[in-house]
Design a protein. Structure first.
Length: 105
């Protein structure tokens, strides 16, 4: 057994399972201009699961995306469908690169 295996607690395993369930739910949120979901596009940068509140940190494909409000609301709703508490969606100022999603135009 490795040290990492020994340090893994049941809470860590449950937290990771919850993070993966949230990512799975976020696959239902599609960027209407590109036609791919926010997970495939690598727009989700981090999922932080807490006891009473969680947070999803994300970026957009363009700084002035006309669908930003709608997509943020959909991300919040999809994440909250997995959890039993509020989810904060934080929009990061980071620029999206199609290469992050495995896209090469």
């Amino acid at each position: 057994m490795t040290e990492e295996t020994l340090a893994t607690t049941p809470q860590d395993v449950q937290k990771r399972a919850t993070e993966l369930a949230i990512l799975d739910a976020l696959r239902s949120v599609v960027d209407p201009e590109i036609g791919m979901n926010v997970v495939e596009l690598a727009l989700i940068r981090q999922v932080l699961v807490g006891e009473t509140e969680s947070e999803v940190k994300m970026i957009l494909t363009t700084p002035f995306c006309p669908y930003a409000g709608s997509m943020l609301a959909q991300v919040k709703e999809a994440a909250e469908s997995v959890l039993e508490h509020p989810v904060k969606v934080t929009l990061l100022a980071e620029r999206w690169d199609p290469k992050d999603a495995g896209l090469a135009w």
